[in-house]
Design a protein around this ligand. Sequence first.
Ligand code: SF4
Ligand code: SF4
Length: 304
Amino acid sequence: MLQFIRRLIQIFVIALLIIIPILSLYEILIENFRLPMVQGRGWQQIFDFVDSAMRHFTEDPVKIVKNIKGNIFWTITIYDFTLSDPLILVGHIFGSRAFYISLLVSALPFIIITILFGRVFCGWICPMDLLLELNNKIRRLLYKIGLRPYNIIFSRSHKYALLFVGSILTFLLGVQLFAFIYPPAIINREAVHYIYYGSVGMGVVAIAAIMLIEVSLSERLWCRYFCPGGGLYSVLGTGRLVTIVRDKNLCDDCADCNKACEFAFNPMRDKFGMECNNCGKCISVCEKKGLSFKFSLPWRRTKT
Ligand code: SF4
Ligand code: SF4
């Protein structure tokens, strides 16, 4: 059930990445009286469907659609509520060398969730995680059929180094560099590009390259070792209140939890660390029900 809910949330986020640009384009087409001129049978059907669905609820769809906006920096605005990614916030602060309270407020929901639950953005929300988890199934299938892909191990500190160096360079150059290397922002940008212009850019090549490397050379390379977003979420979630605990009386050391963990932690020996994304896969595979989420204060728990 836990994994089903997690998948639903991930799929919902990916659906939003597709629906929001379609709605924006729909608004432009309506306002310019170009809806009947849409080229391509598939696109025609999509916009006809959007139009009839919208008109089912309102006589003035543009009025609603105008209030739902995304932008290529992976930010979403619904009416007066804006939601931003903390990494993009960091990029804006360093890139513009200015501090905008409104931007901080828009990133606060993710910051608070991370302080409470740790790196859950990665396990529950990030669209790249869903792609890479599916990709990892191919890798594990290769193992099952007897092929042995490499598994090159890097230091997990690379992601913090990338976060630090990226912030400094963003400050010096005044350019939002994270948007170029941060997968959720890349996927968002490519989706917008495809829907608006019918083509994709180098971002798709970069994502495909990461997937290929992960299948053949290093399991879950990007999220484990390099993603600056994963680094930022890990730092913010260091003292998270919700962690996973193991009941030693129920655990029979079968190591199923360790095998399930794509981030290569060691739940069987209580080694979750600050980078655990609380995805709950280890909990779900434990037949003895030996693992569970627990609310506890960081200073009252034994260090893992
Ligand atoms: S580490 Fe980066 S790419 Fe991976 S899930 Fe987290 S934010 Fe997404
Ligand atoms: S330890 Fe468990 S919850 Fe944490 S990343 Fe691994 S499988 Fe997910």
